[in-house]
Design a protein around this ligand. Structure first.
Ligand SMILES: Nc1ncnc2c1ncn2[C@@H]1O[C@H](COP(=O)(O)OP(=O)(O)OP(=O)(O)O)[C@@H](O)[C@H]1O
Ligand SMILES: [Mg+2]
Length: 230
């Protein structure tokens, strides 16, 4: 449903992505793996329209969205959870969710649904986001993205720096969401096990190039670990 084709991109004079081609299957998960600095976040910024590529195209359900602004992509059903915790630290958990829900006809139900996916957030509704743990903040960030009822979710390292039990919770939620249908996910993830359990397709990015790609699934985990260790 999302096709990123032959994308070249970078910052000022530095080139980061070199002819990168990545496809997200409809209602499926594509995982992008790679070492620090490989260009994973840059790829998601291009997908979301935050960085204009110097070459190549981005297609959403066949429509060329390469030149569209981020808000136009949101209107087409894309949502983006950037790397790191991105909620408003001085607002409470509930206010952070309400902010996204305001003005949406189904806002109330969408908040309730997001809270059902992350019950811990219900207990923390009165706490300021800046006081939440890293894992809780990540769950809040994903919940905020889901309130927009996206068809395509871009997730940048949702488990980075988070303790194992919360990593497992986030993995469960992503798997549950993708099984429910109606949502495709482009997942950047350093946890190879999680990425491969979630993904139907994987791509390994090295120094801005896709050096290996294939079908996802736990059976491919060994090959991916090997490719990443060299
Ligand atoms: N705003 C920016 N201006 C200039 N260079 C940047 C900018 N953002 C990233 N870079 C550079 O682009 C390259 C790719 O960075 P990117 O953040 O895409 O990597 P990444 O694969 O997401 O890494 P990590 O796993 O550490 O998050 C790096 O060399 C980085 O220093
Ligand atoms: Mg990154």
């Amino acid at each position: 449903m999302l096709e990123i084709t032959d994308v070249r991109a970078g910052y000022d004079r530095s080139s980061v992505l070199h002819d990168v081609t990545v496809a997200v299957p409809k209602d499926g998960v594509a995982a992008v793996l790679g070492h620090n600095g490989a260009g994973k976040s840059t790829l998601l910024r291009v997908a979301m329209g935050l960085l204009r590529p110097k070459g190549g195209r981005v297609l959403l359900d066949g429509e060329d969205i390469t030149r569209l602004a981020p808000h136009q992509r949101v209107a087409r059903g894309m949502a983006y959870v950037p790397q790191g915790q991105q909620s408003f630290p001085h607002l409470t958990t509930a206010e952070n969710l309400q902010l996204v829900a305001d003005g949406r006809s189904n806002g109330k139900e969408a908040v309730a649904e997001a809270l059902d996916l992350f019950p811990v957030l219900r207990e923390l509704s009165g706490r300021r986001a800046g006081l939440l743990s890293g894992g809780q903040r990540q769950q809040l960030a994903i919940a905020r993205a889901l309130i927009t009822s996206p068809r395509l979710l871009l997730l940048d390292e949702p488990t980075e720096g988070i303790q194992p039990s919360v990593v497992a919770e986030i993995e469960e939620t992503v798997l549950a969401l993708s099984r429910r249908g109606g949502l495709s996910v482009l997942l950047v993830e350093q946890h190879v096990g999680f990425a491969m359990r979630a993904a139907q397709r994987y791509y390994i990015l090295e120094a801005g190039r896709v050096t290996s790609s294939g079908e996802g699934g736990a059976q491919a985990e060994g090959a991916v670990r090997e490719a990443l260790s060299v």
